[in-house]
Design a protein around this ligand. Structure first.
Ligand SMILES: [Zn+2]
Length: 193
């Protein structure tokens, strides 16, 4: 039976998780700022609109096209802007979920998006998006933490990378490994001088 205490505890957990999740998004914003990288969507209203768009997709698991045509009645969404926003959303949500759960639930369904166009057209948006974002970001963050996020934010996957995101991830991990080795080498050299 649920007592008042367990309900409170659940609420605490939920609040704490949500806060960690949102703070993780803030962290991504700060990283962009630090490196002078523009946010993918600058227009505040358009950004808000897209947030609603993503939220609707999550809640209703509708075909994304359904909402695109609805929104397009009011404002024309450029496909290139939508793509930029979707790539950002994919990375950002991967970071958000990682910190929300402290990297737990690492065993995730091996579902990956196979093209960027697929995000715009697929049904089961939530399942595909959330699994792809976790699959993509978890190994990078658990191994390299903030440095890993920095690297991805600076080198977001291109549209071509979406045909094989696992390959993109491998490249990222390799680069980060190389960077870590060089910085350790630099430390040793500077400590000798
Ligand atoms: Zn989020």
């Amino acid at each position: 039976m649920k007592t008042a205490e367990t309900i409170d505890e659940n609420l605490d957990t939920l609040i704490a998780r949500t806060m960690r999740h949102e703070l993780a998004h803030y962290k991504v914003d700060k990283i962009r700022e630090k490196f002078g990288i523009k946010a993918p969507i600058e227009d505040k209203y358009f950004k808000d609109l897209l947030e609603v768009y993503f939220a609707m997709l999550r809640l209703n698991e509708q075909e994304p096209g359904h909402y695109t045509s609805m929104i397009n009645k009011f404002i024309k969404i450029k496909e290139s802007d939508l793509k930029k926003a979707l790539i950002d959303n994919l990375i950002n949500e991967g970071v958000g979920t990682y910190y929300e759960r402290f990297g737990q639930e690492l065993v995730i369904k091996n579902i990956w998006l196979s093209s960027l166009g697929e995000i715009i057209n697929i049904s089961q948006y939530e399942i595909t998006m959330s699994n792809t974002s976790k699959n993509l970001m978890y190994p990078i963050i658990s191994k390299y933490g903030e440095k890993g996020i920095e690297y991805v934010v600076k080198n977001v996957p291109s549209e071509k990378d979406f045909s094989n995101l696992q390959e993109y991830q491998k490249k990222v991990l390799k680069k980060l490994e190389k960077k870590t080795k060089t910085s350790i080498y630099k430390q040793i050299v500077s400590s000798k001088n």
